[in-house]
Design a protein around this ligand. Structure first.
Ligand code: UDP
Ligand code: MG
Length: 335
């Protein structure tokens, strides 16, 4: 009996799953959120009729955003608002929204109007064509300020050099994820996260659609320089241990170099009586010894950090692998 009940509920859950969920993280967007919402609904209706859901995640706004959102939810049953207990930052707000979304496909979009809502049909089409991760790719000559452009260029370049990963500067956070991808994403448990990076890590069938970033409907960017710098450092540390290897290599070079120098000076000067006339003083010899010891210390520290890095990797408890689809022996696809 319990079994029957259970499958009955599963059936209900399946039939009520909306086709499209739209997840919107919002922080102090009170002045533009109603316009955003109206534009969004206008685009969703012709696409999937009533088969949508909008999940607003209020990231501890201090303005009237939450009041406006609760009004929106009152008027439209298909809107869900989750309010976080405080400001956690966009990445975790997105994570909370994704966990709430029930759609067959989940769209992640900024609530400030900078991600063009009019591109939704293109994302949807790419998903229907079989794509599982659809990434909005912007042209790099759009409206950003010169300083923002410079800092983002700097971040991506140093990130890619230091980690050996390839984060693409033109790939935005405006994305559509298939249910399969969302279920896999939900296994991540780390709190230092850059969703873009995690989604890239997951793989799946990736496609991209071109978008042009619009200007904000209202308000200002929520990211200060320090917030961005913190995000950049956290991302670096949580996604690669290559910087540690650099110090290890540096230590090895210094130790090896000074070792060779020390031996040659010892042989040339002490054993052979300085036939080449190098004439190293005692202080210079001390310098070589010091250099050697610094090299050894750097190596020791580097080895030490490798263990720390390994512990850290494990402590994150990332899923080991992710299954996309399953096929049974009679070749019918099972989900
Ligand atoms: N946002 C958020 N929490 C924050 C900062 C931003 O939920 O702590 C939201 C914000 O409301 C917007 C999106 O994340 O919907 C992108 O933020 P913003 O426009 O400030 O970033 P930018 O476009 O400058 O990268
Ligand atoms: Mg923005």
């Amino acid at each position: 009996m319990l079994e029957v009940h259970h499958s009955f509920y599963i059936l209900i859950a399946m039939t009520t799953r909306p086709i499209l969920s739209v997840v919107v993280p919002v922080y102090n967007e009170g002045s533009g959120i109603q316009t955003f919402h109206a534009n969004l609904i206008k685009e969703l209706k012709p696409l999937v009729g009533d088969n949508y859901e909008v999940v607003y995640c209020n990231d501890g706004s201090s303005d009237d955003t939450l009041d406006k959102l609760s009004l929106i939810a009152q008027k439209n049953k298909k809107c869900i608002v989750i309010a976080l207990s405080r400001n956690y930052g966009k990445e975790l707000a997105l994570a909370a929204g994704i966990a709430e979304a029930k759609g067959e496909a989940v769209v992640l979009i900024d609530g400030d109007g900078q991600h063009p809502i009019s591109a939704l049909p293109t994302f949807y089409k790419a998903w229907q064509d079989g794509g599982q991760v659809i990434v909005g790719r912007r042209s790099l000559k759009d409206t950003e300020s010169a300083t923002k452009k410079l800092t983002s260029k700097l971040f991506y370049a140093s990130y890619n050099i230091l980690t050996g990963n390839k984060l693409d500067r033109s790939a935005t956070d405006y994305r559509l994820l298939d249910r399969e991808v969302v279920d896999a994403y939900l296994h991540f448990s780390e709190s230092d996260r850059l969703n873009r990076f995690l989604i890239d890590w997951l793989g799946f069938d990736r496609r991209s659609v071109p978008i042009t970033r619009d200007t904000r409907i209202a308000g200002d960017t929520k990211f200060t320089f320090t917030a961005l710098a913190r995000l950049a450092l956290n991302t670096l540390v949580s996604s690669s241990s290559r910087p540690l290897h650099l110090f290890l290599a540096l230590g090895a070079c210094i130790a090896l170099g000074s070792f060779i120098l020390g031996i040659s000076v010892g042989v040339e000067q002490v054993l052979l009586g300085d036939p080449l006339g190098w004439n190293f003083t005692g202080t210079a010899l001390l310098g070589i010894l010091l250099l050697f010891l610094v090299g050894i210390l750097l190596i020791a520290q580097g080895v030490n950090s490798l263990y720390v890095a390994a512990t850290y990797r494990e402590a994150k408890q990332r899923p080991l692998y992710v299954i996309n689809k399953r096929y049974s022996s009679n070749l019918h696809e099972e989900k």
